[in-house]
Design a protein around this ligand. Structure first.
Ligand code: SAM
Length: 241
């Protein structure tokens, strides 16, 4: 069985023969089958197999994430990165989360670290509305400021000690915007889906190119997960001086 439990919903890739047995799994009260994930807004196709609704609250690393599994994606493969990012922030930092979603990174940062402010930008109104609910559920109202819109247009400029680029697809097209958001000495966490042979070469090179002469110090390169055959989701931490 290929699947994951999100809140009290078991999300499967294929319809199983033993549907009723799966309801005995701990926490599982509903079951859905997940199809393709579509478009820049990452909206999944979902068929309900058991239950009559698809909204749930998922708990991870002492954080609450309310989401509708029929409308919003949840990547189990990103758990370690969410944990790493939660504690990476230094006291008093200003953070800009360019692709905030429902608060995947912003919420753990607000719960486990002590930033002054996190600007969390999200383009999809459905995700944005869950982001707002999750800010309240995790009592992060004083720290996270949610902003609805395209991060290239609405992000505050020149103020960030740390910029999160937790999106894969054409992330490099957003590096120019990230360079405007980060302040001198700030750090960019740049995500990319990249073929195996290029996995630690292309992402740092793209950051260096986008920096247009500003000094770039590559602090870390790590694989988050296998994305598809021969393709990895990697993250590079880069300090922009
Ligand atoms: N890293 C997350 C995780 O741990 O599962 C997944 C992030 S999610 C795939 C990326 C989010 O970026 C989506 O909610 C999408 O709507 C949003 N997004 C895409 N383009 C955007 C843009 N130009 N400005 C702001 N948000 C954008």
């Amino acid at each position: 069985m290929k699947g994951k439990v999100i809140g009290d919903i078991l999300v499967l890739k294929n319809e199983p023969d033993n549907l009723q047995e799966l309801l005995n799994l701990p926490e599982v009260k509903r079951i859905v089958k997940l199809g393709r994930i579509n478009g820049v807004k990452r909206e999944p196709d979902v068929e309900i197999l058991v239950g009559d609704s698809t909204e749930t609250i998922h708990r991870e690393n002492h954080c609450f994430f309310k989401l509708d599994v029929a409308k919003i994606m949840w990547s189990k493969g990103n758990t370690t990165e969410r944990q790493r990012i939660a504690k990476i922030v230094e006291d008093g930092e200003i953070v800009v989360d360019m692709f905030a979603g429902i608060g995947y990174f912003s919420i753990p940062m607000a719960v486990h670290s002590n930033p002054e402010k996190i600007y969390s930008i999200e383009i999809n109104p459905v995700s944005y509305s869950y982001l707002n609910e999750n800010i309240m559920l995790n009592k992060a109202e004083g720290i996270i400021e949610p902003i609805l819109g395209d991060c290239r247009e609405v992000a505050p400029k020149g103020i960030a000690d740390r910029v999160l680029m937790g999106y894969i697809g054409n992330t490099h097209e957003f590096l120019d915007a990230a360079m405007e958001i980060v302040k001198p000495g700030g750090i960019i966490h740049y995500h990319e889906s990249v073929p195996d042979l290029l996995k630690f070469k292309r992402p740092p090179q793209r950051i260096i190119d986008a920096a247009k002469g500003r000094e770039v110090e590559i602090l870390k390169k790590r694989i988050i997960k296998k994305y598809s055959p021969g393709v990895y989701h990697v993250v590079v931490d880069a300090k922009i001086n």
